[in-house]
Ligand binder design. Sequence first.
Ligand code: UDP
Ligand code: MG
Length: 323
Amino acid sequence: MEQPAVTTAPNRSRRLSIVVPCYNESEVLPETQHRLRDLLDSLTQAGKITPDSEVIFVDDGSRDTTWELIRACHREDERIHGIKLSGNRGHQTALLAGLASAKGEAIVSIDADLQDDIGAIEKMMDEYIAGADIVYGVRNERRTDTTFKRTTAEWYYRLLARMDVEIVHNHADFRLMSRRALEALKSYSEVNLFLRGIVPLLGYRTAIVHYERAARFAGESKYPLRRMLALAINGITSFSAAPLRMIAVLGLLVSAFSGCMILYILWIRLFTTQGVPGWASSVIPIYLLGGIQLLSIGVLGEYIGKIYLESKRRPRYFIDDSV
Ligand code: UDP
Ligand code: MG
């Protein structure tokens, strides 16, 4: 993903916005707020960011005291802002809502649960100042995730790679974007968002910062298996038509096989005395074809569902309150 160095140096203004999506995070939020404020202080002192830098917490329709915590923090520190979405819209959409209201020239997105190393933001700023437009946070290892999450994620990344979806390995949504990269991202108006897949398409100069991924500081994962699956399927069908092509190939293979079967049955019927062609040769194809057809219809449905959702051009979220 190496791009040639930019010739006209972009504006490297050091106003930083940190966007944090939060869904029922009242258990970890006080600690996260504390650490992010410390980070703003130390980066400002070091001259790496300007004093008008900000943190934006996006409350993704939480049902606990998350929003109260955000408001309280804003009263104490005017660099802390909050947006409250009118309902739970999911991580990707919450993130986008926060990105859309960020005022900084460098914009970092990070999860609320302190799994991503807040200290890596300084390194990201260094890369940004040195000229990168997109800085990916890449975790060194996933020791702290469950074996299940680790292996499924590993398989999934491989599958995506096979389907030509360009994606940064072991990178989630911890990244820095420059203002112009963010503006480019915002021009993608699709409703089904898989930011991890879109950001590499922007094509600006990129850099990578490695960090250790910690265990969730408190609370439990807001990504149950069901949601992980949904995100995974979205990731494939939003970026690749390979499954559709696979259906065509499958259809060809099955047709060829059926052709052979027909010849075989005809041969039995015409040139042998073995009598009625067997039960098997009529029943097996029924099962086989039934299965393949259902599978194919399922995949088609997945894409048609996507067209349906996109064609409605629905607004992605509404803001209920902000501080
Ligand atoms: N999140 C959100 N809306 C949701 C689910 C999650 O804003 O519907 C936020 C959550 O508060 C956290 C981030 O997305 O800051 C990542 O979620 P989580 O840590 O639960 O996912 P995991 O790390 O287990 O994949
Ligand atoms: Mg997490």
